[in-house]
Design a protein around this ligand. Structure first.
Ligand SMILES: [Zn+2]
Length: 191
């Protein structure tokens, strides 16, 4: 898996493209939490001694598209009711589902571990993408904060953080340009 930071950053970039407005920071934050959530299976696998290859093991059901859609729906329902300004429940549902499924997609681009059970609970077949440039992040914190962790972060900086930053800043610039034009338009009409 890429590290939790990288999953969160990818989700913030997706949020930056999809959502603006006053509640955007909260929505981006919720998207980041959705994107990190699938790796909670590391905890449940450890607690209940679930093998990696099991459907409930690491990169199993929690990384599937079904769970992404269900989690996206739940978070969207709560966010839509709670936020003062919301872009609409359906839009939030799509955003949070895409943010969650981005986790499995990035995992499937790593060079280690087992693949991702995208189609669980219907199938436990594990998939990788044909292109796997991202170094797999060690689960152990001891290793992560060591020499190998530095290589992993370097790999994630290039393959996730940098593209995410470009996408995020481009979306922000585009949104600003559109809103500036919207402000200028009434003046144009009156002149
Ligand atoms: Zn994962």
């Amino acid at each position: 898996m890429p590290s939790a930071f990288s999953h969160a950053i990818a989700a913030v970039a997706i949020g930056g493209v999809a959502v603006g407005g006053r509640s955007r920071a909260i929505i981006w934050g919720l998207g980041a939490l959705c994107a990190v959530a699938p790796d909670l299976d590391v905890v449940t696998s450890f607690l209940f001694r679930i093998p990696y290859t099991h459907m409930l093991g690491h990169r199993g059901l929690s990384h599937s598209l079904v769970v992404a859609v269900v989690l996206g729906m739940l978070v969207a329902a709560v966010a839509h009711r709670t936020l003062a300004e919301s872009p609409g429940a359906a839009n939030l549902w799509v955003l949070f589902s895409v943010a969650t499924s981005s986790h499995g997609l990035l995992d499937a681009m790593t060079n280690g571990g087992l693949g991702v059970a995208f189609f669980a609970p219907f199938s436990n077949t594990r998939y990788f993408l044909p292109w796997r440039p991202i170094l797999v992040s060690p689960i152990s914190l001891h290793i992560f904060f060591g020499y190998r962790g530095l290589w992993v972060m370097w790999s994630e900086l290039g393959w996730i953080w940098l593209p995410a930053a470009v996408v995020f800043l481009a979306a922000l610039a585009l949104r600003r340009r559109v809103s500036r034009k919207a402000v200028e338009t009434p003046g144009d009409r009156s002149s």
